[in-house]
Design a protein around this ligand. Structure first.
Ligand SMILES: Nc1ncnc2c1ncn2[C@@H]1O[C@H](COP(=O)(O)OP(=O)(O)OP(=O)(O)O)[C@@H](O)[C@H]1O
Ligand SMILES: [Mg+2]
Length: 289
């Protein structure tokens, strides 16, 4: 997978080994994402059983942008992600308020078509969440749920998507084998493939590399970078070096007496080179968090 043209910050002379990056400093001249708001949150607050977990988050995420959400444990990163495809609805006692839009769609409206929302906004978790079925069945299931039954089309979409995540050659001869027999890194790429089968616009990635060994983590990271531009990507990571390597924008959250707030949001360059808030400075220097 040649990523040197798909991401301006990976060096053209990066080593051959997959998953090993040569960091090239971000230049303000680098092309970034389209300046078109794709996701807009205004005064978004989330509470569990009446206890606030995240308060008054306002931010705009541009289409095709790769945004890293960073901050200490418990500051509400996962809750924020889950509100974007309304997985928060599945948590008893969870209440989301404020406004949240995906283009013109009012995500929090009771009228919203949840099946369509979750097709448009795919999510990947820290640990691969595959069903105890074959590789083929795991991939076909989401499309079948959306009414696609044509075996030829299903086969084509599956092959194209497995190619996209660089898994086709690794699994093409064992599509009927249990998906859970794959390695952790392969399973995570299969989870991404499963989300991509539905042609989403947005990908929510909650610490997708943190349960993987360094090599698999690098391969998944490369893959995420390759998805940039085609999809709007939000990635939660505790790995600041990773955020620095791959993100266009960074949103930094902090927990104030147990309640999460967005402290700073901006380009990765401004966040890492010229943070505006003292908490950001302390967090990225490792002094806090
Ligand atoms: N299902 C739940 N029921 C009750 N409280 C919850 C639930 N999920 C999260 N919380 C609370 O909401 C707050 C934010 O949690 P969240 O998981 O969003 O944080 P996070 O930033 O993703 O943390 P981490 O980095 O550890 O994954 C925490 O105080 C947490 O205890
Ligand atoms: Mg979390």
């Amino acid at each position: 997978m040649d990523l040197t043209h798909s991401h301006p910050r990976l060096s053209p002379d990066r080593p051959e080994k997959p998953g090993v990056h040569t960091w090239v400093p971000y230049s303000s001249k680098d092309p970034c994402c389209e300046p078109i708001a794709h996701i807009q949150a205004k005064d978004l607050s989330i509470a569990y059983h009446g206890q606030p977990a995240l308060e008054q988050v306002s931010l705009e995420i541009n289409r095709g942008c790769l945004t890293a959400l960073v901050g200490p444990s418990g500051c509400g990163k996962t809750s924020f992600l889950m509100s974007i495809n309304r997985l928060t609805d599945l948590i008893a006692g969870c209440r989301v308020s404020g406004t949240l839009h995906l283009n013109d769609m009012d995500i929090l409206s009771s009228q919203v078509d949840l099946l369509n929302l979750r097709r448009t906004v795919g999510m990947i978790f820290q640990k691969p969440t595959l069903f105890p079925f074959s590789i083929r069945h795991n991939l076909e299931l989401p499309l079948r749920e959306h009414g696609m039954r044509d075996r030829t089309r299903l086969g084509h979409t599956m092959e194209k998507t497995l190619q996209q995540v660089g898994l086709w050659d690794e699994v093409k001869d064992r599509l009927e084998h249990p998906a859970q027999a794959l390695s952790g890194g392969q399973q995570q790429r299969l989870c991404l493939a499963r989300a991509l089968m539905l042609s989403p616009d947005v990908l929510l990635l909650d610490e997708p590399c943190s349960a993987l060994d360094p090599l698999s983590s690098g391969i998944v990271e490369d893959l995420i970078v390759s998805l940039r531009d085609q999809y709007t990507v939000l990635i939660v990571t505790h790995n600041l070096a990773q955020a620095r390597r791959i993100a266009d924008h960074v949103a930094f959250f902090w927990s104030f007496h147990g309640v999460g707030r967005l402290v700073e949001y901006g380009t990765a360059q401004s966040m890492f080179d010229n943070p505006k808030h003292e908490l950001t400075t302390a967090y990225i220097s490792g002094a806090r968090g």
